[in-house]
Design a protein around this ligand. Structure first.
Ligand code: AMP
Ligand code: MG
Length: 455
């Protein structure tokens, strides 16, 4: 009964997240990951306005683990390991000299000093990449280079700086004592064959790539990039390359979504533009439902030509929610298809679509990529400019975040014309987040911000 009251799809209500949410809703608030109470906005007709945190939890309840793929190591930067990387050989694979100098028996140089150097016979030479020739016996030394295998018999390396070779090269004077093992990295000192050097969940960057390479992993198992199909709807839309005439406007959401998907680690699949036409929309939606995630821009509100919700239903998509208490971006639909595809109906207004993608779609892609909980957690910054008193929806305004001379974060409130403005976000690198009913804020006040960082 509660589920019906709040406009939640039947099966969605069976998720534990929903029970939690419903229980919390009854008590009037939800506490998010940051420990901040996320208050619910008042009821809007018979469809609930979900608080953003509850909406996000509802979405993430429908996201399992991502699929796994194998990629060449050189393409693995930024990817998350799904399987461990196991070292196939000892590292180092042999007792390795760490200095240029002479491989010696430590006992032979135990009393050596500048005043009384130890005189050793030079019986050979070994460079990196070559097998150690011969054996170092009593009173003998082998000239050795960094990275070369230490010859049998030797148990230490004396750096060349502490030696003097005789004119004919047959003897070396050693002027320091070195303990056994000095300047030698023993076989398997770092990692033994068969040990895991990288664990699942690790994100690959240069340091991890080096470890995987040393361990012999020419390919690695990582979470696959989610395939994200996107389609934009509206009879008014023309391509970027065209000049809009009369009632037309350019399709800026298509390119925006493609970029947002890339920035969130997804693989964009462009399904193009569809007019406000049920049959054409249904055809294209069915195509999109073969992807991991489908994003549809426009056509989800209450207008006579907003066919997306009914078309989704006819294509087997169960709606989980249709409205979220955020500004901009209140009309945003999330549904799940019988085949497991997750569907987002994003508002056509450019800034609204951007905000909804950031807050709801991006965390899904992060989860599928193995990045775990990438829910944007607000930080704080000093406000430059002003914010009026907030309405009853949590709001997101474009901001330019910078660091001032004292190292403090400053968020400059940027001018924009609201949800329909495709230019307002072009200077932004953050959102200023304002809680429902927050009081007006003045310059210098502390405000919550979410930086716009790529995954
Ligand atoms: P809708 O969500 O379909 O009601 O559209 C809301 C507003 O967003 C309308 O003013 C549309 O013209 C505009 N809009 C819809 N789709 C796009 C798009 N792809 N690019 C730019 N603006 C759009
Ligand atoms: Mg429309």
């Amino acid at each position: 009964m509660l589920a019906a009251l709040y406009g939640i799809g039947g099966a969605g209500a069976s998720h534990s997240g929903w029970h939690e949410w419903l229980a919390a809703r009854v008590h009037g608030e939800i506490v998010d990951a940051t420990g901040v109470a996320v208050r619910m906005a008042p009821m809007d007709a018979d469809v609930a306005l979900l608080a953003i945190e509850a909406a996000r939890r509802a979405v993430l309840d429908h996201v399992g683990v991502g699929s796994v793929t194998t990629v060449p190591l050189r393409d693995a930067t930024g990817r998350v390991l799904a399987r461990p990387v196991v070292n196939d050989v000892d590292y180092p694979p042999f007792d390795k000299a760490m200095m240029d100098g002479y491989a010696v028996r430590a006992a032979d140089v135990a009393t050596a000093c500048a005043a009384a150097p130890a005189m050793l016979r030079v019986v050979g030479q070994v460079g990196a990449g070559h097998d150690a020739a011969g054996h170092v016996g009593l009173g003998e030394a082998v000239q050795i280079n960094t990275g070369a295998p230490v010859p049998p018999g030797a148990d230490a390396v004396v750096p060349v700086e502490n030696t003097e070779l005789s004119a004919d090269g047959s003897a070396v004077a050693v002027s320091v004592a070195v303990p056994a093992g000095k300047h030698i990295d023993a076989r398997a000192k770092y990692v033994a064959a068969g040990s895991a050097v990288l664990s699942p969940g690790v994100r690959m960057a240069a340091g991890q790539i080096a470890a995987a390479a040393a361990a012999g992993a020419a390919t690695v198992s990582v979470y696959a990039r989610p395939r994200v199909a996107y389609l934009v709807t509206g009879d008014e839309l023309v391509d970027v390359s065209e000049r809009p005439r009369g009632p037309q406007i350019r399709n800026s959401n298509g390119p925006m979504l493609s970029s947002l998907i890339c920035q969130a680690g997804g693989e964009p699949i462009d399904l193009g533009v569809v007019g406000d036409d049920r049959a054409a929309l249904a055809d294209r939606v069915r195509e999109g439902l073969t992807a991991d995630v489908l994003c549809i821009s426009g056509g989800i509100s209450m207008g006579a030509f907003d066919f997306v919700p009914e078309v989704l239903e006819s294509c087997g998509v169960r709606t989980v929610f249709r409205k979220v208490a955020i500004k901009p971006g209140k009309p945003v639909l999330f549904g799940v298809c019988e085949n497991g595809a997750r569907v987002f109906g994003l508002p056509g207004n450019p800034s609204s679509g951007f905000v909804c993608f950031w807050l709801l779609v991006r965390p899904v892609l992060a989860a599928l990529l193995g990045l775990g909980d990438q829910v944007p957690i607000p930080r704080t910054a000093r406000l430059a400019g002003t914010c009026g008193a907030n309405g009853n929806r949590q709001s997101y305004a474009p901001a330019l975040l910078r660091t001032d001379e004292d190292g403090a974060s400053v968020a400059e409130r940027l001018d924009w014309h609201g949800s329909g403005d495709p230019f307002g976000l072009s200077r932004a690198n953050a959102f200023i987040v304002r809680r429902p009913d927050a009081l007006a804020a003045a310059s210098g006040d502390c405000v919550a911000i979410i930086p716009l960082e790529s995954l």
